[in-house]
Design a protein around this ligand. Structure first.
Ligand SMILES: Cc1cc2nc3c(=O)[nH]c(=O)nc-3n(C[C@H](O)[C@H](O)[C@H](O)COP(=O)(O)OP(=O)(O)OC[C@H]3O[C@@H](n4cnc5c(N)ncnc54)[C@H](O)[C@@H]3O)c2cc1C
Length: 425
């Protein structure tokens, strides 16, 4: 039943994407650099530049591939998306040019799944068209990995929800038309039923941007940070601003985070492949001690190790995608956690080796390697820290494990043999 071949029609699409990303999207990375650049819908110059490219993607039927046909996407399964996202992962701009940039993808998914018709018309439609961008506002300054510690609240006041509290690291809020805010609305409920999601237009009175934090790779210029620290000062939104029901915030968040994590993993495969491609080229181009780098065994070791690790990781991602496509909803949870953990490790090791093989050039800002390296710590944090997912994987396996029947493990040779000889097993 396992078949690694790709149908010719899909391969033709992948080939088109690969060529387009390398020749067009990677050029946009060079022309319009910066973490915030793909989200800056107010930059008329860059938007005008990418518009014809987005039109070409649409003409190929490859726009917003993560969504079903009812929402304007082609409705590919996750396995196909894994192959496509791997290609998009090479370029920082590519997801925007293909209508699949996070966090808008996740936000679009939850709007599609939980939104009312009015919410879809007002927020999802322009988001899908790439006309606006959005923000997911969940993490708080005092709590991130454990959402049960969140305190930002929303309470009913007449015909409005009133939001009070602070949110931290709300990515791209400075460019966003609306924020999806997770707030405590039902403090009397058990921890996972206390919060709800509210859709808040960014120009609603009371939204205060305390600052837009910069991360590694940003300049320290005031205008460069993209992760907003926001204070919600009694922000009023109408009652129909709720996405999902009261107390369903966790359910809605989970619906978007699983997909987000696995899509990051798919794109990370592509970034790692790009680093390996660079490593290979460098190894056969540079000489030292009278021979090519590729003829030195340490370099061969770095290359061999990288290729093997990426192949293992790629298979994990593909299997996870297959489970999402073929097993009941939620069955891929542990595998998604595995992908989340492993992507940061594999990416770290491969990018580090690629930098090393490039020598001093590797640490300059003149190749994509520096950007890759600076993005590394975020991979181990965004969408939940590595440790949380590692523990989740372990718990999933421990849950179904029984303790040893006696003093020694059930796989203890002498005990097994004795039991066998006594006719017990
Ligand atoms: C690039 C980037 C973009 C982001 N974008 C958004 C966004 O758009 N919207 C949003 O709401 N949030 C966003 N975040 C925030 C992200 O979700 C949080 O960083 C993440 O959930 C961790 O929370 P924290 O940073 O508060 O770390 P903390 O919760 O303080 O954790 C710090 C460290 O403590 C350890 N730790 C925490 N929990 C456990 C545990 N259970 N077991 C063992 N060790 C543990 C880990 O080492 C962890 O890294 C983004 C983060 C990054 C880096």
């Amino acid at each position: 039943m396992i078949d690694f071949r790709i149908e010719p029609e899909l391969q033709a699409k992948l080939d088109w994407m690969d060529n387009f990303v390398r020749t067009k999207c990677e050029m946009i990375d060079l022309l319009y650099p910066g973490h915030g650049a793909p989200y800056d819908v107010g930059n008329t110059e860059s938007r005008a530049y990418i518009k014809p490219l987005q039109d070409q993607v649409k003409a190929q039927g490859l726009w917003a591939c993560h969504l079903g046909p009812e929402l304007g996407g082609p409705g590919y399964g996750q396995l196909t998306l894994a192959l496509m996202n791997e290609i998009l992962g090479r370029s920082y701009w590519a997801p925007t040019i293909f209508g699949t940039a996070a966090p808008d993808t996740g936000n679009a998914e939850i709007l599609a799944m939980f939104g009312t018709e009015e919410q879809k018309a007002r927020f999802l439609k322009p988001l899908m068209a790439g006309e606006i961008v959005s923000t997911f506002s969940m993490t708080e300054p005092q709590a991130g990995a454990d959402p049960t510690e969140f305190t930002c609240k929303a309470y009913r006041d007449g015909d409005a929800w009133v939001i009070e509290g602070e949110k931290w690291f709300s990515s791209n809020a400075r460019f966003a038309s609306f924020l999806i805010v997770m707030a405590v609305t039902n403090p009397e409920n058990p921890p996972h039923g206390r919060m709800s999601m509210l859709i808040v237009p960014t120009d609603t009175p009371g939204i205060e941007f305390i600052r837009h934090s910069q991360t590694m790779g940003d300049s320290k210029g005031e205008d460069d940070g993209t992760h907003a620290y926001i204070r919600y000062n009694k922000v009023r939104v109408p009652l129909d601003a709720m996405l999902g029901g009261p107390g369903e915030g966790f359910k809605v968040a989970q619906a978007r985070l699983g997909g987000g994590r696995v899509h990051h993993a798919m794109r990370t495969v592509g970034k790692c492949q790009r680093a390996i491609d660079m490593m290979l080229e460098r190894a056969v181009s540079r000489r030292t001690k009278g021979k090519l780098l590729s003829e030195h065994q340490f370099v061969q070791g770095a290359i061999g190790q990288s290729v093997i690790e990426l192949e293992q990781f790629r298979l994990l991602v593909l299997k996870t995608a297959w489970i999402i496509d073929n097993e009941p909803h939620g069955a891929a949870r542990t595998h998604i956690a595995m992908c989340k953990v492993q992507m940061a490790k594999v990416y770290h090791d491969i990018v580090q080796r690629a930098i090393q093989i490039h020598g001093s050039l590797g640490v300059t800002l003149e190749t994509p390697l520096a950007d890759m390296w600076m993005g590394l710590p975020s991979l181990a944090l965004a969408d939940g820290p590595t440790e949380v997912h590692l523990a989740q994987v372990a718990r999933a396996y421990l849950k179904n494990t029984k303790p040893a029947p006696g003093l020694f493990p059930s796989d203890h040779g002498p005990s097994r043999l004795a039991a066998y000889q006594n006719g017990v097993s």
